[in-house]
Write a protein that binds this ligand. Structure first.
Ligand code: DX5
Ligand code: ZN
Length: 219
């Protein structure tokens, strides 16, 4: 599967969000990752559909929208209408996960489930047909700039084995603590799509960093 890079604008300068997104597109990003936090499911509060809609106007890249919110069902329509290409929801916040994933697809977006580090893979057992992507959190969600949790490598290997035995070719995304120096190890464990916030946006040259990541992935 082709490896993709999805910079998270959580570490962007929000006073210049449009420019930052354009710079990431010019730097070779495959997606733009937008982190939606409600101060309930996670301790932090970030953006809502209005900002997704604004992002939609400044790039043609797919918008990878990560909902870290309680009651995700209530907001699927709003985020789909705002122009999300892919919507990730946390099973921990969706009591009727299959219905939620169907609702996302029903609004024309791709559907993903995002699993916290301590959430077991078995939550996916009965929804594999409803998933366009699986997001494995490699930090506890809520903040940028945290350290990658090494135990997630084994989780990724297990997920890959599970998908292979089920005959499913669903891309696996990782989110949290991904930097040039660990991207290859995480890729070898089974990740296909790499979210990176501070690992890209806290470096001086986004293009050089993304190119550096791609070199590590290809080497
Ligand atoms: C964490 C968010 C991430 C965050 C990643 O709660 O879901 O997308 O932006 O940031 P880094 O890459 O700095 O860990
Ligand atoms: Zn995220």
């Amino acid at each position: 599967m082709e490896k993709k890079i999805s910079p998270s604008v959580l570490s962007a300068d929000f006073s210049r969000l449009g420019e930052e997104i354009r710079a990431l597109e010019a730097a070779g990003a495959d997606y733009i990752h937008l982190d939606v936090m409600d101060g309930q499911f996670v301790p932090n509060i970030t953006i809502g559909p209005l900002v997704v809609e604004a992002a939609r106007r400044v790039t043609t890249l797919p918008l990878d929208v990560h909902l870290m919110i309680e009651n995700a069902d209530r907001y699927i329509d709003a985020f789909a209408d705002a122009g999300s290409s892919l919507v990730s929801v946390h099973p921990e916040a969706c009591p009727h996960l299959q219905r939620t994933l169907q609702a996302i697809r029903g609004r024309g977006a791709l559907a993903a489930a995002a699993l916290n580090p301590a959430t077991p893979l078995c939550v996916l057992d009965h929804v594999l047909d409803d998933l366009d992507m699986i997001l494995i959190m490699t930090v506890n969600p809520g903040f940028g700039g945290q350290k990658f949790i090494p135990a997630m490598l084994d989780k990724l290997r297990r997920l890959k084995a599970l998908l292979a035995s089920a005959g499913k070719n669903i891309p696996v995304e990782v989110d949290g603590g991904i930097v040039v120096d660990n991207i290859r190890t995480v890729s070898d464990a089974g990740a296909d799509v790499f979210v990176s916030g501070s690992g890209i946006l806290c470096t001086p040259d986004y293009a050089a960093t993304i190119t550096g990541m791609r070199k590590r992935l290809a080497a």
